[in-house]
Design a protein around this ligand. Sequence first.
Ligand code: PLP
Length: 323
Amino acid sequence: MSNSIDPHAKPLPSLSAHHIDPHSYPDGVAFLDGQYLPMSQAKISVLDWGFLHSDATYDTVHVWGGRFFRLDLHLDRFFGGLEKLRMTMPFDRDGVAEILENCVALSGHRAAYVEMLCTRGTSPTFSRDPRDAVNRFMAFAVPFGSVANAEQLQRGLHVAISDKVRIPPASIDPAIKNYHWLDLVRGLYDAYDRGAETALLLDFNGNVAEGPGFNVFCVDDGKLSTPAAGVLPGITRRTVFDLCAEAGLAVAAADVSVAALRRSDEVFITSTAGGIMPVTMIDGIPVADGKVGAITKRLIAIYWQKHEDPVWSSPVRYLRPGK
Ligand code: PLP
């Protein structure tokens, strides 16, 4: 794919750090307090309530082949979360989009994981009243990462169903993308203890909810379903609905019981970090014949094709050849 350089674009800001350590990990660029910095120098106060109270919201969009994928939907979700948490920041949608693009362009990555986040920040008077805090916006672009590694993408992930219950929507609205991950992290340890690679958590009624950083789908007799409630309305999940509409496949958001998941013909998970990823083993038992299913394969193929489609993706304006 050609490098998308717009000769009329306004010049990019420069990186304000002078010493960029090529070995610092991860290799990327952050925006913090009005400056673009190497990732290794992007630091916040330990007093920030984003850190102390997990009082923050964020969103992650990816860049693939030098193009943002469905950036508008990620911005919608991010700004929706800000509003619900009553956070304010000095950038509007266009301002955030420009900062994200600058982070990617300065990093040079053509396959990137791009995060925008806003924390409650700190109160200048150390008051305990969140209304006194000065909210803090940050963004960064680092190399693309995936929930599943290359081998797992090929043969399908092995998951375990955790007995940890996903934080209920009556406590935290899951549409506010958040860092309340202790249930998910404990679920991961359950999975590792049982020899699995990742976890699925249940909702309060014992139905399947979601996993650490992903939604889940099952396919039964050619029809797809995904948990309706108590989960982040994932952009990749939404994309599966859009792809199914185009491909003439039936898909529904509904309760998914553990028994229904186990007897499915196919199971896959969805995330900006990796796209559509097959699951072929649940609690040590193969899903159907234990091979990646035909519908999963078909959706994976069209999902990645859409990354080149200008209706679904938009180019990053790089200044120099990306890496
Ligand atoms: N569920 C949770 C808890 C997540 O954190 C994520 C992504 O980080 C997802 C689902 C998948 O959402 P998306 O497809 O928008 O990346």
